[in-house]
Design a protein around this ligand. Sequence first.
Ligand code: MG
Length: 255
Amino acid sequence: MIVIKSARELKAMELACRISANVLKLAGTMVEPGVSTWEIDQNIRKYIEKQGAKPSFLGYGDFPASSCISVNNVVIHGIPSKNCILKNGDIVSIDVGAFIDGYHGDNAYTFPCGDVSEEAKRLMDATRESLYEGIKAAQAGKRIGDISSAVQRYVEDRSYSVVRDFVGHGVGANLHEEPSVPNFGTPGRGPRLIPGMTIAIEPMVNLGDYKVKILDDDWTTVTVDGKLSAHFEHTIAITPDGPKILTVADDEVHL
Ligand code: MG
């Protein structure tokens, strides 16, 4: 069932999303050579709890941390660890959500650590841009497939690939709700976009092949070919006036 949010519910979503965006921005400032992903996660947890919110990911399906931090060939669901020390040239995808007043926000961004290669920069730029292509397509009256195909076309035109095994999703009182929001698909297909729907659009884009595998910890998802992957995500609302990005930080700048 796709939940259509009332004006009151959208207000609550806005707060959860704002906290999610603020903490993602804070996490980005910590991405530096020599820092462990565990340290970043600790600060994420502290920040979220200081706002009176809860980290959406902590304990979700027994996930052991407050954020997913996925470095280089790790696509998503990297578990923060004291042993994972960031190095110059890494690309670091941080995915984090906050829960407050009954609602979740969810967002992700891939940050460069120090000086990254041109190849990595181009991949990150294309992935971020594909997210905005998807958002632009999220117009009331259109369908999920219009978002999916906009992302896919943008990515594949640049000879990158979109991950098939993981997709975006509805978000609200639950971190993951219907509908699924794939990053690949056919225009005009799938559920219709209705004002009051809130969805997380989250392209996961690989430099090489789209195939991924999950490691023995049951979370860490890596590219099969070992090449780089990037991940960007916003929670948005479908409104009569067009898509509205909800994961906006206090300075009104969305990443
Ligand atoms: Mg998500």
